[in-house]
Design a protein around this ligand. Structure first.
Ligand code: HEC
Ligand code: HEC
Length: 310
């Protein structure tokens, strides 16, 4: 799917989407104005990455032997293990909210984002220094949006990504976050039990009602995406202004400082969060919460069950 379509369809809803759009537009303009510079920039980038590739090889990872190798490995382990579990946990939930859609729930790669556990950039990252640049600037034009996240949030994300990387390495060969073959491995009965039981899906859905025929509308990964991230359902916000006036609308922007909504007439309003009281009602909050709770088996079983709803 084109990034623009995805964006319009409400993905990256609220908080980051406006920012993303601004940067996106800016980068397109830059490219039109300075095609030469851009091409030159690309050349420099290629040269730099070649240089760093060589540097990386001379640092040697797999091919190196002897004491040098074990020191390098030790050093690498140290970086991997020096993250507080709480930071990793915080990073995990941030990752699920912001990154998992593209990079997979376990950072092992998704449909549109690469496997971060095998990324050279991540391997070279120390405490988020390289990851921060990518996350803040994005890679416009390549499908990686820019995020305005605090230093603390990026540190947590980096900790999580490094933890996943360490885990993938011990898993010998690793695995991908979303694998089409996985979609075939679930158990229908277990999926149905989860739907009515632990997953509480039946509180909001019915296989004979809204989900009837869902497997005919979406197939494979697309169905899995719909299940994990039903993205176009917009959150509603109710804001009480200092004057006592109450406004309601669709949540259009929200970060730690600002809250924005679009009213019924389509007008955009925003306030510093410190000036107003507000409630946000997200119809898909249940799904966001579920992301942190599913095991891979739950997802495969649910998928098997949903695939029977034709
Ligand atoms: C809309 C999809 C999308 C989302 C959301 C997304 N990414 Fe990405 N990301 C990409 C794509 C595509 C690339 C590869 C870009 C390229 O080819 O240079 C990428 C590249 C990266 C890289 C560089 C990997 C490398 O080896 O060069 C890092 C690090 C990264 N993303 C981290 C994140 C983090 C952290 C988040 C969440 C805050 C995130 N991404 C959210 C699509 C996404
Ligand atoms: C608190 C309510 C709630 C719970 C619980 C819930 N969902 Fe949803 N779900 C929604 C809403 C709201 C949407 C978006 C509605 C839409 O797009 O039609 C949605 C969308 C979906 C979709 C996409 C439907 C479509 O037509 O695109 C699937 C599939 C889905 N949910 C499956 C599940 C499963 C499986 C569970 C349990 C693990 C679950 N949901 C739990 C509220 C909920």
């Amino acid at each position: 799917m084109d990034m623009r379509t995805r964006k319009e369809s409400g993905f990256l809803q609220g908080a980051r989407s406006r920012d993303f759009r601004v940067r996106w537009a800016r980068s397109e303009r830059t490219e039109r104005l300075f095609p030469g510079f851009v091409r030159f920039g690309v050349l420099v980038a290629i040269l730099l990455s070649l240089a760093s590739l060589e540097f990386g090889q001379s640092q040697g990872s797999s091919k190196m032997t002897g004491p040098a190798a074990s020191t390098a490995l030790q050093k690498q382990r140290q970086t991997e293990q020096s993250f507080a579990p709480a930071l990793v946990t915080r990073g995990h939930s941030l990752f699920l909210q912001n990154c998992a859609f593209c990079h997979g729930r376990d950072a092992g790669g998704g449909e549109s984002g690469p496997d971060l556990t095998r990324s050279k950039l991540v391997a070279e990252d120390v405490n988020g220094n390289r990851i921060a640049t990518v996350v803040r600037n994005g890679r416009p034009g390549k499908g990686m949006p820019a995020f305005s996240l605090s230093e603390m949030q990026i540190a947590a994300l980096a900790a999580f990504i490094h933890a996943q990387r360490a885990e993938a390495e011990t898993e010998n060969g690793g695995r991908r976050g979303v694998d089409v073959a996985d979609l075939e491995t679930g158990n229908v009965e277990a999926g149905k039990a989860f739907f009515y039981g632990a997953g509480k899906c039946s509180a909001c859905h019915s296989p004979k009602g809204d989900l009837a025929g869902i497997a005919s509308r979406y197939q494979g990964l697309q169905l899995e995406e719909r299940m994990l991230y039903p993205d176009e359902a917009r959150s509603k916000a109710t804001v009480t202004l200092p004057s006592g006036q109450v406004m309601t609308g669709t949540l259009a922007y929200h970060d730690e400082f600002t809250l924005g909504l679009r009213d019924a007439a389509g007008f955009y309003h925003s306030w510093p969060v410190s000036d107003v009281t507000y409630t946000i009602n997200s119809p898909v909050k249940a799904h966001v919460d579920l992301l942190g709770k599913y095991t891979d088996a739950d997802i495969h079983n649910l998928m098997a069950y949903l695939q029977t709803l034709r």
